[in-house]
Design a protein around this ligand. Structure first.
Ligand code: URA
Length: 433
């Protein structure tokens, strides 16, 4: 009766009933709501919307459908979430940097989605790392190191797992209400005091336009604050990869460069990490400029690297990741340059096409059961605004075989636009408080 009533209200466009919505989320988690009812609900929300209050109720109900962690730690419990992009390895640098600044970061992460990479897949590119851990282990790692970048246990927001699977096959992923409740139910179940959101905008993001990104950022920020977690968002540029590397081991490698104090290896990755981490610390009461200076110091001094290496060791990875990371990361057998087909200035990357090229190389999944090859991908992807001559490299392909390297080279060439003159957007395009 309950699921029918929720769906009937949605069909009529009536306001949702909080108790019915809570019962519906519980029913998603315990299986008493059927797939048909869940599919009708997802379509109803897509077509009718939930409104601001309904979105908060659904988010809280999905958060409470499983375990909600509580912490008693000598520092703020905070986190960051990105809506997904290319070469976006901020989490690998930000979590240990925040830990080195005295915060605690239980970062529950996801796998690659569509053309975008996933933090969990990157962590698992480190040999031996097991990021799918119990709550007990999560508490141990966060308590000892200050951060844990891991996957969700089966008991975190089970209603979302169920609804997400139904959305995936019913064409109902693209709803701001459902995306908001899905992302936040998992993040808020980690028991956060504050959350900073990186809402990506551009050719490599799910939200291609500024208006779409702003709408999602506003929805996420109002809903998370409405659910009691201090939250702010930065809207950031994803018209080109954030770091010049795409692919799991390659992205770990570039993150290790930045954690080694080498900002120049990936300046946009470094600077966005600092901006997001400072915003997160500011949500806990710290001055944002002072926080940015502390985060930069934590990275430059090696303090963040030390935390990262301890986290990796506790998760089953090598004990000396900080000293010897190059030796630990798997390399692809075929490595070759992708060259510019003409003279010109790089004025655009089709980010989605670049991401899909990496998926096609085996660096992401075409179907859920695919195994990822951590070694493959692209490195040295030239930034927009670079002037190149015909035959000069614009990227380097790391492939499992020659055929795959050739296909990737063609895809990369198709993904670039050469022209004259270039003025790109700022890295941080906007802020939503
Ligand atoms: N990520 C999520 O976790 N859920 C969505 O709906 C979209 C992106």
């Amino acid at each position: 009766m309950g699921a029918r009533a929720v769906n009937a209200r949605l069909r009529r466009g009536d306001p949702v009933d909080p108790d019915e919505l809570r019962a519906f989320a519980k029913g998603l988690a315990d299986g008493s709501v059927s797939d048909a009812q869940a599919g009708a609900f997802a379509m109803g929300v897509c077509l009718r919307g939930l409104g601001e209050e309904g979105r908060v109720i659904l988010t809280e109900a999905m958060r409470d459908s499983g375990d909600v962690l509580r912490w008693d730690l000598p520092g703020p419990v905070i986190d960051k979430h990105s809506t997904g992009g290319l070469g976006d390895c901020v989490s690998l640098v930000l979590a240990p940097a925040l830990a080195a600044c005295g915060a605690f970061v239980p970062m529950i992460s996801g796998r690659g989605l569509g053309h975008t990479g996933g933090t969990l897949d990157k962590m698992e590119a480190i040999p031996g790392v097991s990021a799918q851990i119990s709550e007990e282990k999560l508490r141990q790692v966060v308590g000892e190191v200050g951060c844990a970048v891991v996957g969700a246990t089966g008991r975190i927001a089970p209603a979302d797992r169920r609804l997400y699977a139904v959305r995936d096959v019913t064409g109902t992923v693209e709803s701001v209400d459902l995306i908001t409740a899905s992302i936040l139910s998992k993040k808020l179940a980690a028991g956060l005091e504050a959350l900073v959101l990186d809402v990506k905008c551009g050719s490599g993001a799910f939200m291609k336009s500024g208006d779409e990104a702003l709408a999602l950022a506003r929805s996420l920020v109002t809903t998370a604050n409405g659910a009691g977690c201090r939250t702010a968002a930065l809207i950031t540029d994803m018209d080109e990869p954030l770091a010049p590397a795409l692919g799991n081991a390659l992205e770990v490698g570039i993150s290790m460069e930045v954690l080694s104090g080498n900002r120049d290896a990936a300046p946009r990755l470094h600077d966005l990490t600092v901006a997001l981490a400072a915003r997160a610390l500011a949500l806990t009461g710290e001055d944002e400029d002072a926080a940015a200076a502390r985060v930069s110091d934590a990275i430059a001094s090696g303090a963040a690297m030390e935390r990262f290496a301890r986290m990796v060791a506790l998760l089953g990875g090598p004990p000396d990741m900080d000293a010897d990371w190059r030796a630990h990361l798997k390399r692809a057998p075929v490595v070759g340059d992708v060259v510019a087909p003409a003279d010109g200035v790089l004025t655009a990357w089709d980010g989605e096409a670049l991401g899909l090229a990496v998926v096609a190389m085996g660096g992401g999944r075409q179907v859920e059961t695919d195994r990822i090859d951590p070694a493959v991908g692209l490195s040295d992807v030239r930034p927009l605004g670079t002037r190149v001559a015909r035959g000069e490299p614009v990227a380097t392909a790391h492939a499992a075989d020659e055929a795959s390297a050739e296909a990737a080279a063609q895809a990369v060439q198709r993904a670039l636009t050469l022209g004259e003159g270039f003025a790109g957007p700022d890295l941080v395009i906007g802020r939503v408080e």
